[in-house]
Design a protein around this ligand. Structure first.
Ligand code: GTP
Ligand code: MG
Length: 198
């Protein structure tokens, strides 16, 4: 997994996606949940994806290619739900996200990031619905685990699993991560490497 991760393409719309190649893994989630930070933590590159304290940082679909010939591509996405941006912009990102998740043949896995402090929101359920309809496997990843007390996290996990039971297309297991401490990164990397072997 380690090696030369690099930016290859940014697409503000569904009409300008890069040619399909290899397997794509996309990171979806509400604005500010930590999608871009997770990509940096996974790749060990601090500033590969741009991060910010302000929701609405990532405004396009951003594609990163891995070490040569590995065949894995990571896709950073704009956030949905809320942002320090106009309603029109958020609506346009949300539509872009849903269209990408529904109609991309090379998309092999989607990680839906949920803030460990907040749990699932209605806008997350909209994304799960879209994913149920497309043929792509998806899994919930809790972020910012370093900010949540263990007992609280356990409660939130249980509540989320109850919801996931109604989404048979989802992985039943959740992943717990922190981009700050690196928790969960080995597990997430291993899951992606297994994807390449499937
Ligand atoms: P948008 O692109 O705006 O949708 O946001 P994003 O989901 O890409 O979030 P981003 O990675 O930019 O992170 C948002 C904020 O959360 C930043 O201030 C990060 O430093 C912080 N953050 C991200 N991951 C973690 C984490 O694991 N722990 C803590 N404590 N903070 C985190
Ligand atoms: Mg981002």
């Amino acid at each position: 997994f380690a090696g030369d991760w690099h930016f290859i393409w940014a697409s503000p719309s569904i009409e300008t996606l890069p040619p399909m190649a290899g397997l794509e893994v996309a990171f979806a989630g509400r604005s500010n949940v930590g999608k871009s930070s997770l990509i940096n933590a996974l790749t060990g590159r601090n500033a590969l994806a741009r991060t910010s304290n302000t929701p609405g940082r990532t405004q396009e679909l951003i594609f990163f290619d891995g070490p040569k010939d590995a065949g894995l591509r990571l896709v950073d996405m704009p956030g949905y739900g809320y942002a320090a941006a106009s309603k029109a912009k958020v609506a346009s990102w949300t539509s872009l996200i849903h269209r990408f998740l529904q109609g991309r043949a090379t998309l092999a896995r989607v990680y839906v990031l949920i803030d460990g402090r907040h749990g699932l929101k209605d806008v997350d359920l909209d994304i799960l619905k879209t994913l149920d309809k497309s043929a792509v496997s998806y899994q919930i990843v809790f972020t910012k685990a370093d900010q949540v007390k263990a007992a609280e996290l356990e409660q939130r996990i249980a509540a989320t699993k109850t919801v996931l039971a109604k989404h048979p297309a989802a992985f039943p297991e959740l992943l717990m991560t922190s981009s700050r401490t690196g928790a969960g990164m080995p597990e997430l990397r291993a899951a992606m490497i297994r994807l390449l072997d499937e």
